[in-house]
Write a protein that binds this ligand. Structure first.
Ligand SMILES: [Zn+2]
Length: 257
């Protein structure tokens, strides 16, 4: 890997200064950190395909929220319909769709940047919403969203404009066995079956959508853990970071230049 590739993969350049990306740091907690594009391990478990699925869903949901309707990929239609039905019922309002979807945030003081999926009023409270297409809500989502909320609020001077809550919006789809209730998901390279009875001669239902909207509690604690992880990430990548002249820390500490 070259320094340029490292910079592109793990951070953002903002006004000429390079900052690590929140998701690069939290990947250290997820166990997928050492998966690289083209890894045999990654291919075998279909993570690349799952990442592509996540990208398709993020694009589609972003467009729907901005009112830019179009024909979406047929594979994600069930998830999209599930999302639309949920959105029609749930008290969820986006103040400024142009700014509040895929919103870039930067904490200059702590030195990191990220992109928030959605900033919205949820039941009247301004909140960070992160969209996930995983099969469950993973623990590192707390760290990720705490980092976003901290950076968002660091950029706001007025308290009424600050975010107060964090939510995970998880949208998934699967077919279910009519006999043993095993679930099959096709967002990986090969269909993945979980649960149920391994000896069953599965009879699959049509594809069903599933949506979960979960508030994450314990912001202060999550944020502390994020900063701990960030230090670990910086240590793990110290060789690379020392070779990035416009890395925020290298600029702030001229002795390291
Ligand atoms: Zn079955």
């Amino acid at each position: 890997m070259t320094v340029d590739l490292f910079k592109e993969k793990f951070g953002y350049e903002i006004d000429g200064v390079w900052f690590p990306r929140v998701t690069s740091i939290t990947a250290l907690a997820s166990g997928f950190y050492f998966l690289k594009k083209g890894d045999i391990f990654g291919r075998r478990f279909g993570f690349q395909q799952a990442a592509l699925w996540g990208t398709m869903m993020h694009e589609a949901v972003g467009k729907i929220l901005k009112g830019e309707e179009e024909q979406f990929d047929a594979r994600i239609m069930v998830s999209i319909e599930t999302f639309r039905q949920w959105r029609a019922q749930y008290p969820f309002a986006i103040r400024n769709p142009a700014a509040d979807i895929e919103r870039r945030v930067l904490d200059l003081e702590r030195g990191y940047a990220g992109t928030i999926d959605i900033v919205a009023e949820v039941e009247g409270v301004l909140s960070i919403i992160d969209l996930k297409t995983s099969t469950s809500v993973a623990k590192e989502y707390g760290l990720q969203t705490a980092a976003y909320m901290n950076a968002y609020n660091a950029m706001e001077s007025e308290s009424w404009r600050m975010c107060k809550k964090r939510w995970i919006l998880r949208v998934d789809q699967y077919a279910e066995c009519l006999g043993c209730f095993a679930k099959m998901r096709e967002k990986y390279e090969t269909a993945r079956v979980t649960g149920g009875n391994g000896l069953c001669n599965h009879q699959w239902s049509g594809v069903k959508g599933e949506i979960e909207f979960q508030e994450l509690k314990g912001y202060e604690h999550d944020l502390e853990r994020f900063f701990d992880l960030k230090e670990r990430w910086e240590w793990t990548n110290r060789e690379w970071l020392s070779r990035i002249p416009n890395y925020e820390k290298n600029i702030c500490h001229p002795a390291l230049l």
